[in-house]
Design a protein around this ligand. Structure first.
Ligand SMILES: O=c1ccn([C@H]2C[C@H](O)[C@@H](COP(=O)(O)OP(=O)(O)OP(=O)(O)O)O2)c(=O)[nH]1
Length: 161
């Protein structure tokens, strides 16, 4: 199965300070043409990224995937070429088992504005603008792989203590 859904309003409200109206307006990611590889993610609210800073966007979105797939989050070429906007982690990997986490698999995207292409300017993007894209990919396991740990969360959640 490959499916985008909104996280619950309760989850969105826990992860942001935004309103029910805003949550209701969140659009599921979409492809723009028949052969576009990436599903565009749309901003749930206006953002300003001051020059030299980053901003984390709680997208309101989660993805349900078969176990052998993942979603690769990539920058949009337009924003990259025009303003040098990048993802803080260069490319985000959303694992299929992230969906089962306590946070409902809420997808976060961290955008950075630190390129010379921005000419020292703050970047302003409007609600509804496509700000990154997600590509559904398949991955493979090695023959000797017996990994059976269960994920709960992201961003270092599986680091050994
Ligand atoms: O840009 C991103 C990257 C990751 N994630 C979520 C989904 C992913 O399944 C989870 C863990 O990501 P990853 O495995 O890349 O992070 P990690 O630093 O290796 O942490 P972990 O130990 O939780 O795997 O965080 C996002 O929401 N946005």
């Amino acid at each position: 199965m490959n499916k985008f859904e909104k996280v619950s309003f309760k989850r969105y409200n826990l992860d942001t300070v935004h309103s029910r109206e805003e949550y209701d307006r969140i659009k599921l990611p979409e492809r723009s043409t028949r052969c576009s590889a990436g599903y565009d993610f749309y901003l749930p609210h206006d953002i300003v990224i001051p020059y030299g800073r980053s901003t984390t966007i709680a997208t309101g979105i989660r993805v349900i995937l078969d176990d052998d797939k993942f979603l690769m989050l990539c920058p949009r070429s337009g924003l990259g070429f025009k303003y040098g906007i990048s993802l803080a982690n260069t490319c985000g990997i959303v694992d299929a088992d992230y969906f089962l986490s306590d946070n409902e698999g809420h997808i976060f995207v961290k955008l950075v504005n630190n390129s010379p292409l921005a000419n020292g300017e703050d970047i302003k993007l409007k609600e509804g603008s496509a700000f990154c894209q997600g590509i559904i990919c398949r991955y493979y396991e090695t023959d000797q792989d017996e990994t059976d740990a269960i994920r709960n969360g992201g961003f270092g959640s599986t680091d050994k203590k």
